[in-house]
Design a protein around this ligand. Structure first.
Ligand code: AMP
Length: 207
């Protein structure tokens, strides 16, 4: 199957956590605009310089920058059989631009109520060596690596509330947009990492 898959949901829904397993099942590489932007910021590229303040304030980076980034990524050889989009598209404009360059076979929406999200995000930690995502209570890292874990700059309570409001205003309308195209599948994200992963795997294996 040459089409791409979109992983969709609010910040903290578990998109990044589930993406590895989905990539294994489908063989499609993960394309995370959030990861690519963080890398651009840390390398100090033009894009990184333009994107940084939006990210730190929990606002969406302008569509033209994101669409340019995706065009570039999709021209790479490993994208030719489709990819797994994580955190993209986030606006109707982005989705329209995407639909003109790739075929989408399914959009998996991981649903988590707002009240769960702040705790999930504020307790989130990342291992810079492996990229693995942990949580201080829900998925503690092994003791031996705890001292090297880092917390994302935008994973604080104030910024999370702004990210959630950007999600509700600009991104969540995409659910009905994709539903009308009969591409949307809703997954209950309000359970354990393993259960959510199993539900997604079951859906993918029955495609
Ligand atoms: P994420 O890692 O997906 O939570 O993204 C972190 C931040 O990067 C977001 O809060 C936005 O500022 C920015 N970002 C990531 N993906 C997009 C996108 N598709 N459109 C606009 N901004 C994005």
């Amino acid at each position: 199957m040459h089409a791409s898959i979109v992983l969709f949901g609010p910040p903290g829904a578990g998109k990044g956590t589930q993406a590895g397993r989905i990539s294994e099942i489908t063989g499609k590489p993960q394309v995370s605009t959030g990861d690519m932007l963080r890398q651009a910021v840390s390398e100090g590229t033009d894009l990184g310089i333009k994107a940084q303040s939006y990210m730190e304030n929990g606002l969406l980076v302008p569509d033209d920058l994101i669409i340019g980034l995706i065009m570039d990524r999709m021209s790479k050889n490993d994208a030719k059989d489709g990819v797994l989009f994580d955190g993209f598209p986030r606006t109707i404009n982005q989705a329209e631009a995407l639909s003109s360059i790739v075929e989408i076979s399914s959009v998996i929406c991981i649903e988590v109520p707002d009240r769960e999200i702040v705790d999930r995000i504020v307790g989130r930690r990342m291992d810079p060596e492996t990229g693995e995502i942990y949580h201080i209570s829900f998925k503690p890292a092994p003791k031996s690596i705890q001292s090297r874990l880092i917390q994302r700059k935008d994973d604080n309570e104030e910024t999370v509330l702004q990210r959630l409001s950007a999600y509700h205003e600009q991104t969540s309308p995409l659910a009905s947009w994709y539903d009308e195209k009969e591409l949307l599948t809703r997954i209950n994200g309000n359970s354990s990492i393993e259960e959510v992963g199993n539900d997604i795997a079951e859906y993918l294996l029955n495609l």
